[in-house]
Ligand binder design. Structure first.
Ligand code: F3S
Length: 643
């Protein structure tokens, strides 16, 4: 038998037991799904409109972790709605304070060899357990929940071979920052990262989770580790030994690309603002004054991470000039710190304790002062992500964060002497009482939809002749925070797309929404990697609501591109650099026979720039299914027509 990769083995047991090439579309079965209160209301609205009786995946969980700063009634309206959606359709409901979706899911639900489709871009964290874990938009999540199936565009597979062992004070975050340094934020587009090699056995499941978590920061579909003795140990310590199954790639399996990392050669790294791939050794930025250290997020909030911080701080004080905030990844982590004295060490040192949840990661509080620097153990440092464009955010490991917290400037943790050794405990504190199971039959459960939750915008088929004004011209690497800003004030508006649409591209042009509405819609032009970052479907829904019929870019990030297609907003690709250069804001563009070109499977069309009297080609880089979705007027209309 031909040697198979880990990914091929999992796909084969989920309905894709045939030779596949990158770019093929394949429908796979879904074992698990997760949603949260940042994107889940939209999932609930989609489920309502699909007339679903009960969700199909074996495990389906709704987490409340994002909107824990409740400055108006909207967040609790969302939570009450999600609680009723969970009971009605058959999801477990993880209540506020129980922890971050990916951390809790890794602890309590992840199973090696399963397929997880989640409504969040950091869903790949489940890859730390050897689970194929893919982040998607809300509509794709709803379809996975309703049908138990997901259409995967087969990625190429990059093997990352880990050799050796990490040096003291160097940790999993440094591994993933090193991969980011090599691949950049675009290097994983259309790929799955499959980790292997002898170095894997030196990393615990939570450390693997940290590395897999940031797959989306390369633009990758996901990342995955083998399931081995370390996996068995972790599951046994969670009281879930029965969920263990070994899983690894066959020797001699073929990969599309291979990268070798000697763990022993790595040093503490930091990602400088404003991009996760602006990676340099910590030593290069040592001495940079900081106003805040934030420790937590789904990337670095495990028991291992926070006990490392607590062990370093034991008997010490943080620098008086700064704020140090810690948000435990789960109630399990917090309970264990409380029981073993780690929490007292954090508090004695002067740390401010936040609730178990996403905390400051999506700008939910703890926005630093204008012009200041925040050092965070998080996964994103885009401008504005922390809630302000006037703050510089550096990303680093918990080790670097705590070393810097002690001095109030960025510090290399290797200066601290002997490093603490925190291993996976023999038994984790297990209490699932904050996870409410659904009733056996939820069909009679009423849905509690507060008046802040508004209907979703209506889609329509793509135009026969596409015309419109270029409303804005953007550079490379526009992220979904740029399109649909977040934070304590705006995240609750994701349940009210007309209201949130007023803030579209706010940091680039506060008049954008008004101009789009005055023009009756139009076209957005952008550079490469458009829509990177979060999976939030609001970015596509706002685009739809404002009447934008197409985005023409040099390239797109996977999840946002799919979200646009799902709502029949056409993501078109400049055939060459000259096309991008020749267009300006205010130009009026036209594509004759656009819908026919999609129907006929044409790969390029000519765009006429009516303002300048010029033309340029764009690529219709779509699969046959995606063309059908666009022509039908979005995924819902396509599925209805196929039923
Ligand atoms: Fe939450 Fe930030 Fe992770 S918003 S899910 S902690 S990326």
């Amino acid at each position: 038998m031909t040697p198979r990769t880990l990914v091929q083995k999992i796909l084969a047991t989920h309905g894709a037991d045939r030779p596949l090439e990158p770019g093929d579309e394949v429908t796979i079965s879904v074992d698990q799904s997760l949603i949260h209160d940042g994107t889940g209301v939209t999932v609930g609205l989609h489920l309502e409109s699909m007339n679903v009786d009960r969700v199909r995946p074996r495990v389906a969980v709704c987490y409340v972790d994002h909107q824990l700063v409740q400055i108006g009634t909207e967040s609790n309206n969302d939570h009450r709605y999600l609680e009723s959606v969970s009971a009605r359709f058959g999801l477990r409901y993880s209540r506020a304070g129980n922890g971050i979706c990916h951390q809790v899911h890794l602890e309590r639900f992840a199973v090696p060899g399963d397929v997880l489709v989640g409504g969040d871009s950091h869903t790949p964290m489940g890859g730390g357990m050897g689970m194929l874990s893919i982040g998607v938009g809300s509509l794709d999540t709803a379809v996975a929940l309703a049908t138990g199936r997901y259409v995967l565009s087969v990625p190429r597979t990059i093997r990352i071979t880990l050799e050796g062992r990490l040096a003291p004070w160097v940790s999993a975050k440094d591994v993933v920052l090193e991969v980011l340094r090599r691949l950049t934020v675009k290097g994983g587009v259309g790929a799955i990262l499959e980790y292997g090699g002898p170095g894997v056995a030196t990393l615990s499941v939570p450390e693997r989770g940290t590395i897999a978590n940031m797959a989306v920061e390369f633009g990758a579909t996901t990342a995955i580790f083998p399931s081995d003795e370390r996996t068995r140990e972790f599951l046994a310590a969670q009281g879930r030994a029965a969920d263990y199954r070994p899983l690894e790639a066959d020797p001699g399996a073929r990969y599309d690309q291979e990268i070798v990392i000697d763990l022993g050669s790595l040093v503490p790294l930091v990602a400088k603002p404003p991009s996760p791939d602006a990676v340099v050794p910590v030593s290069e930025v040592e001495g940079t004054p900081i106003q805040q250290v934030a420790i937590g997020s789904c990337t670095n909030s495990s028991y291992r991470d926070l006990m490392t911080v607590a062990s370093v701080l034991k008997g010490r004080r943080i620098a008086p000039s700064i704020d140090v905030v810690v948000a435990p990844g789960s109630r399990q982590v917090l309970q264990m710190l409380a029981r073993n004295g780690g929490l007292a060490d954090l508090l004695d040192a002067g740390v401010r304790l936040l609730e178990s949840g996403c905390g400051p990661c999506p700008g939910m509080g703890q926005v630093p002062a204008s012009g200041s620097v925040s050092l965070r153990t998080f996964n994103r440092n885009f401008a504005g992500r922390c809630g302000s464009h006037e703050v510089s955010v550096y990303l680093a490991s918990p080790e670097t964060a705590v070393a810097s917290a002690l001095e109030g400037v960025i510090r290399d943790p290797r200066r601290l002497g002997e490093a603490p050794r925190i291993s996976v405990p023999q038994a984790f504190f297990v209490d699932d009482s904050h996870i409410t199971p659904p009733p056996a039959d939820g069909r009679g459960v009423p849905l509690v939809r507060g008046d802040s939750i508004k209907p979703l915008p209506v889609t329509r088929p793509v135009a026969e002749t596409l015309t419109g004004e270029v409303l804005i011209k953007l550079p490379d690497n526009i992220n979904t925070d740029d399109i649909s800003p977040s934070g304590a004030r705006l995240m609750p508006l994701r349940s009210n797309i007309p209201a949130l649409s007023e803030y579209t591209f706010r940091a680039f042009d506060p008049t954008f929404a008004a101009r789009a509405k005055a023009a009756g819609g139009g076209i957005v032009v952008a550079g490469a990697n458009y829509g990177q970052g979060s999976s939030r479907e609001s970015a596509a829904l706002q685009t739809l609501h404002l009447g934008i019929r197409a985005v023409i870019a040099k390239g797109f990030a996977r999840i946002h591109r799919t979200n646009l297609i799902n709502f029949a907003v056409a993501p078109l690709v400049f055939a060459d650099e000259a096309g991008y250069e020749a267009v300006a804001q205010g130009d009026r563009l036209r594509i004759d026979g656009f819908a026919d070109a999609l129907r006929e499977g044409r790969e390029t069309v000519v765009v006429t720039n009516e303002t300048r009297g010029t033309t340029f080609p764009v690529r219709l880089a779509f699969t046959p299914r995606e063309r059908a979705v666009l022509v039908a007027g979005g995924l819902r209309a396509h599925l209805a027509s196929a039923a």
